[in-house]
Design a protein around this ligand. Structure first.
Ligand SMILES: C[C@@]1(CC(=O)O)c2cc3[nH]c(cc4nc(cc5[nH]c(cc(n2)[C@H]1CCC(=O)O)[C@@](C)(CC(=O)O)[C@@H]5CCC(=O)O)C(CC(=O)O)=C4CCC(=O)O)c(CCC(=O)O)c3CC(=O)O
Ligand SMILES: NC(=O)C1=CN([C@@H]2O[C@H](COP(=O)(O)OP(=O)(O)OC[C@H]3O[C@@H](n4cnc5c(N)ncnc54)[C@H](O)[C@@H]3O)[C@@H](O)[C@H]2O)C=CC1
Length: 224
C-alpha cells in the first residue's frame, strides 16, 4: 500500500500522545516546532518529556489512558508499550475521525511518521511505507550530512527575493529564469563560504539594484 505525503499545519491545534516513553519523546520533539498544543497521557514520563513538562511546553496527564482523552484532538499518537491500550486508542480515534499513528501497529494507523531533516523552513522527509524505519533513519543521517545549514539560508534568501519580486514586479515566468540563474551558481555553496561582496555582486547582477544581502535582511548567522 502506498502512502500519500502531506505536510500538516498544526499551530494551535491539539495533539494527544498516549504513552510517555522514548518513542513518545521522539514524536514530541518534532511536534514542538510546529506550535501544536501537546498533551501527553501516561503514568510515567521519559526524562526528555519530564523536562518539557517542567518547562510548560507540554501538558502531562499523569495516569493511564481512558476513553475520552482524544476529545478535541486533531492528531493522535498511541505510543504505550501495551498493544491492547494502543488498539483502544486506535478505536477511539477511528470513532471520532481523528488522524492516528499507532506506533506498534501501522495497519491500524491512519498516518505514519517519516524521518525528517529540517533546515529552517526546508523540510526533507523519508518514508519506507513502514517496511524499514532503520533504513529511513540511515537515509536521514546521509541527507543531513549532504544538506547543511547553508540550505536553510539559501531558502531564506530565495524566499526574500521572491517576496520582493512578486511585490514589485509580479512576472512569474521571468522570475523562474532568474531563480534558475541564481541556483545554477550553486547558491548553497556560495552561502557556505560566505563572502558578502561576491554574493552581492551576483545578486545585483541577476536581480538588479536593491537585492543585496543587507537589503534582503540576510545575515551570516543563519548559515550555521
Ligand atoms: C510505521 C512507523 C509508525 C510510526 O512510528 O510513525 C514505525 C513503526 C515501527 N518502528 C519500529 C522500530 C524502529 N523505529 C525506528 C525509528 C524510527 N521510526 C520511525 C517511523 C516509523 N516507525 C513509521 C514508519 C516509517 C517508515 O515508513 O520508514 C522514524 C522514521 C520517525 C520517528 O519515529 O520519528 C524513526 C527514525 C527517526 C530518525 O532517526 O530519523 C527504529 C530505529 C531506531 O530506533 O534507531 C526502529 C528499530 C529498527 C527497525 O525496526 O527498523 C517498530 C518495531 C518496534 C518493535 O520492534 O517493538 C515499529 C512497529 C512496526 O513496524 O510494526
Ligand atoms: N514507531 C516507532 O518508531 C517505534 C515503536 N516502538 C513501539 O512503541 C512502543 C513504545 O515504545 P517505548 O517508548 O520504547 O516504550 P517505553 O516502555 O519506554 O514507554 C511506554 C510508555 O507508555 C506508558 N504507558 C503504559 N501503559 C499506559 C497506559 N495504559 N496509558 C498511557 N500510558 C501508558 C508508560 O508509562 C511509558 O511512559 C512499543 O510498543 C514498541 O514496540 C518501538 C520502537 C520504535
Amino acid at each position: 500500500m502506498q502512502h500519500y505525503p502531506v505536510n500538516l499545519v498544526l499551530a494551535g491545534r491539539r495533539t494527544v500522545i498516549i504513552g510517555g516513553g522514548a518513542v513518545a519523546a521522539r514524536k514530541c520533539e518534532s511536534l514542538l516546532a510546529t506550535g501544536s498544543r501537546i498533551t501527553v497521557v501516561a503514568p510515567c514520563l521519559d526524562p526528555a518529556l519530564e523536562k518539557l513538562c517542567r518547562e510548560n511546553r507540554i501538558v502531562h496527564e499523569s495516569r493511564p489512558y481512558r476513553y475520552g482523552d482524544l476529545d478535541g484532538a486533531f492528531l493522535v499518537f498511541a505510543a504505550t508499550g501495551d498493544a491492547a491500550v494502543n488498539r483502544a486508542v486506535a478505536e477511539e480515534a477511528a470513532a471520532r475521525g481523528i488522524l492516528a499513528d499507532i506506533v506498534d501497529a501501522p495497519e491500524c494507523s491512519t498516518f505514519v511518521t517519516p524521518a525528517t531533516v529540517r533546515r529552517g523552513d526546508l523540510l526533507i522527509t523519508i518514508s519506507t511505507g513502514g517496511k524499514s524505519p532503520a533504513l529511513s533513519a540511515r537515509l536521514r543521517a546521509e541527507l543531513a550530512e549532504r544538506y547543511g545549514g547553508e540550505y536553510g539560508t539559501a531558502l531564506e534568501l530565495l524566499g526574500a527575493i521572491r517576496e520582493k519580486l512578486l511585490t514589485e514586479k509580479g512576472n512569474t515566468a521571468y522570475n523562474k529564469e532568474l531563480f534558475n540563474a541564481l541556483l545554477d551558481r550553486d547558491l548553497p555553496l556560495l552561502l557556505k563560504s560566505w563572502s558578502p561582496s561576491v554574493l552581492d555582486h551576483i545578486l545585483t547582477d541577476i536581480f538588479g539594484p536593491g537585492f543585496t544581502l543587507e537589503e534582503l535582511g540576510i545575515r551570516e548567522r543563519e548559515t550555521s
